[in-house]
Design a binder for this molecule. Structure first.
Ligand SMILES: Cc1cc2nc3c(=O)[nH]c(=O)nc-3n(C[C@H](O)[C@H](O)[C@H](O)COP(=O)(O)O)c2cc1C
Length: 200
């Protein structure tokens, strides 16, 4: 195994649970998947999260321009949501159509089915070249509404998703990942310090 492959495999230990990131801008709603979201504050009175979003994803411009996003912890019965939001772009279709959701207090889509949701207002950003790290104040939270017909599973981790996704999805997943890695590689060294101006 090449050193770069070993490094990449070891870094996979630092991925986050699989989360659904939602956004709304100028009446358009969208959702995507990330496994790069973490708690970003230990202070109970100033709850924060951060998440890396690639610039070439449609969600990036929506979040950058609106200054808001929704973050959802998913459960192990939600592989379909990962495929729906994480395998194609919202530029091509309305990915939230067919999912049950409502607008939260910040106006971002809040998925009814999830383990938990966090509505976030962006307070700072960091440019990585290929992506932006969004730091968000958590403004509102809630638990997902599980029904008897749809009991929740356990927290969906990135490792669990990769190990258990249906075999027929894997080719598409790997191809999309490789394509994103190629574009990200070209962009990664062009870092431009960004001053965040609160949107509202
Ligand atoms: C398991 C998984 C993890 C992902 N993690 C990220 C991530 O951390 N950051 C990111 O920008 N895209 C990530 N993606 C890819 C986006 O979800 C995907 O490109 C999506 O189609 C973007 O949608 P959009 O163009 O509508 O914003 C991930 C996808 C999957 C399936």
């Amino acid at each position: 195994m090449r050193q770069s492959d070993l490094t990449y495999q070891l870094l996979r230990n630092l991925t986050s649970p699989v989360v659904a990131i939602t956004s709304e801008h100028n009446g358009k709603e969208n959702g995507m998947i990330s496994d790069a979201a973490v708690r970003a504050s230990i202070v109970p009175s100033i709850p924060r999260v951060s998440v890396y979003i690639h610039k070439f994803n449609y969600s990036h411009s929506m979040i950058f321009e609106s200054g808001r996003f929704g973050l959802h912890l998913l459960h192990t019965q939600q592989f379909d949501v990962v495929r729906r939001l994480g395998f194609i772009s919202g530029r091509d279709r309305d990915k939230l159509a067919g999912l049950r959701y409502h607008r939260g207090v910040l106006g971002v889509p809040v998925l009814d089915d999830c383990l938990a949701h966090f509505e976030c207002s962006v307070v700072n950003v960091m440019d990585t070249g290929s992506s932006t790290l969004f730091l968000g104040d958590v403004v509102a939270v809630g638990r997902g509404a599980a029904t008897e017909l749809e009991p929740r599973g356990d927290l969906l981790t990135a490792t669990y998703f990769r190990a258990n996704m249906p075999a027929e999805w894997r080719f598409e997943y790997e191809a999309k990942l490789q394509e994103a890695q190629k574009v990200a590689e070209e962009m990664s060294r062009q870092i431009t310090p960004t001053v965040w101006k609160p949107q509202r």
